[in-house]
Design a protein around this ligand. Structure first.
Ligand SMILES: Nc1ncnc2c1ncn2[C@@H]1O[C@H](COP(=O)(O)OP(=O)(O)OP(=O)(O)O)[C@@H](O)[C@H]1O
Ligand SMILES: [Mg+2]
Length: 264
């Protein structure tokens, strides 16, 4: 269907469309002055025009506010800090400096158990290769996060099954990942990310292994389902066509946000 290949048209909106500093309450994800230096990272030094070497950390002071229900594409050259930013926002990596606030709570101030619970229940993840368990049928892959969170098996499977139809996967519930196409497997991974009804879905190059048509199909499902559930979406991508599905594009360079563009 040709229609599935193009994102809905976006109208440029006025400055009121996105306030860069929304309050940190009601489910917003806020990053303040994030700095990340990896312990083992060889210091990268860039030369300024005047010949002075400048240290370049993986993140060099990133401010970003993601509103509830907003979809943000993070773009930028390889090594610019996109994955690092995603992992810091998701509480997977502890930043060297700065803060991440989720619903007004500073991730660094949470205990390990609480941070783990939050990652499991409030955040969903989609990776470049779905990372599905090959021996489990698709529906059980989707139900797994709920079962790990001690939801009853029948309830977990019922909730997982309910996601197959809206993702265009009806009838594929019992297939194992090896019996699915790349795009189908990636939609199963999206179902798994959404099954716990997270407040934010993080996706790192979710279409990196897919062709253009399949990528568009995956993005259509990802953006429509997150919009439907009110989840925010943060997508790292190299592909402008993928980014075009998001309401905002943030461009990184050398660990900093170079520019941000509101698309809708
Ligand atoms: N675990 C690590 N240890 C040391 N340095 C790291 C580590 N992970 C990333 N880096 C460095 O941090 C910088 C940012 O890396 P990052 O993975 O965030 O980039 P990226 O924008 O996601 O790149 P790509 O598009 O290639 O995935 C790079 O200079 C990288 O070498
Ligand atoms: Mg990366």
């Amino acid at each position: 269907m040709a229609q599935t290949q193009t994102p809905p048209s976006r109208m440029p909106l006025g400055a009121h469309a996105h306030a860069p500093d929304l309050p940190a309450s009601d489910g917003h994800l806020v990053a303040r002055a994030l700095v990340m230096r990896y312990g083992s990272e060889p210091r990268r030094a860039d030369e300024r025009a005047d010949g002075v070497a400048v240290d370049v950390p993986a993140l060099g002071g990133v401010d970003l506010t993601i509103a509830a229900g907003e979809s943000v594409a993070v773009m930028g050259p390889s090594g610019s800090g996109k994955t690092t930013l995603l992992h810091v926002l998701a509480g997977i990596l502890q930043p060297t400096g700065g803060q991440v606030l989720w619903s007004g709570r500073d991730l660094a101030r949470l205990g390990d158990a609480e941070r783990t619970r939050l990652r499991r229940e409030d955040f969903g993840f989609v990776f470049q290769q779905g990372m599905l368990l090959p021996e489990l049928p698709a529906v059980e892959n989707v139900a797994l996060p709920l079962m790990l969170a001690r939801t009853r098996r029948s309830k977990a499977v019922a909730r997982a099954t309910a996601l197959f139809e809206p993702l265009g996967l009806a009838g594929l519930e019992r297939r194992r990942p090896g019996e699915l196409s790349g795009g189908q497997a990636q939609r199963v991974a999206i179902a798994r990310a959404l099954v716990g009804r997270p407040g934010v879905v993080f996706a790192d190059e979710p279409t990196g292994a897919l062709d253009q048509v399949t990528s568009a199909e995956v993005m259509r499902h990802l953006t429509s389902l997150t919009a439907h559930t009110g989840a925010s979406l943060v997508v790292v991508t190299h592909d402008e066509n993928v980014a075009a599905w998001c309401s905002r594009i943030v461009r990184m360079r050398d660990g900093r946000i170079e520019s941000a563009e509101v698309r809708a």
